[in-house]
Design a binder for this molecule. Structure first.
Ligand code: CTP
Length: 215
């Protein structure tokens, strides 16, 4: 089973939300899992559009990469990449942004009074869109109640599958930045626990499952 003739969109990495010209709100996502999925989908014959937040990773062979910085940019890059047969939203999108100061904030002025604004939920928006890809897959990074949160997230966001992973490891030996991942696939059929695998193996397994649906 291959993905020849299919268009797959992947989002990966963090988003950076500027506070001023030198500071951003960021998160620890390395982008490795999303890049591995984009590479595996391309190897399987798909046309792949990888929408990447700021990460230091090489573009996998055969993948078209669109670099973005903010959640708003990622949202419009996904919209521009449609239509697609499948979208896999792996990015750790910042839930909040602030209106950035045009000039660098000065320490002497005291702690900044940041006003947070809600970012669009790219996954939920795509799910509700008339251009929804046939297969829509989200990721859920959780530290507590991983499976019940992932099941609830799948329902709330209206996607077909959620790949749930436990990111409670803190900063050391963490999923975020590491090369291994232990995930569960949450679908309408229930929860399937996968063993701990390399991120490349998780990607390959996921792409095989996608090909079995779309192929
Ligand atoms: N996601 C998205 N747009 C956002 C936030 C999240 O598309 N603004 C997507 C992620 O790419 C992922 C899924 O939604 O596929 C779940 O992301 P996660 O950060 O786990 O969930 P949140 O909706 O942000 O919920 P919370 O942070 O409260 O757990």
């Amino acid at each position: 089973m291959t993905l020849a003739g299919k268009h797959v969109i992947v989002t990966a990495g963090p988003t950076h939300e500027p506070i001023d010209p030198v500071r951003v709100i960021a998160n620890r996502s390395s982008g490795k899992q999303g890049f591995a999925i984009a590479g595996a989908a391309a190897k399987s014959g798909a046309r792949v559009t990888l929408i990447a937040g700021p990460v230091c990773l090489d573009t996998p062979p055969g993948v078209t990469r669109v670099n973005v910085e903010t959640a708003l940019q990622m949202d419009s890059a996904v919209e521009s990449a449609l239509p697609a047969d499948c979208a896999i939203l792996v990015a750790a999108v910042a839930d909040w942004r602030v209106v950035p100061s045009p000039a660098k904030l000065k320490k002497a002025d005291g702690p900044p009074d940041l006003q947070f604004l809600l970012n669009p939920d790219i996954l939920a928006g795509l799910s509700a869109s008339p251009r929804r890809p046939r297969l829509l897959i989200g990721f859920a990074a959780e530290t507590d109640n991983v499976l019940s949160n992932a099941v609830a997230k799948r329902a709330a966001k209206g996607c077909d599958w959620i790949v749930a992973n436990d990111v409670s490891g803190g900063t050391e030996k963490s999923v975020m930045g590491g090369d291994r991942n232990r995930v569960a696939l949450v679908s309408a059929d229930g929860v399937e626990d996968w063993p701990e695998l390399s991120k490349d193996e998780v990607a390959l397994r996921l792409v095989k499952r996608i090909a079995a649906i779309l192929g």
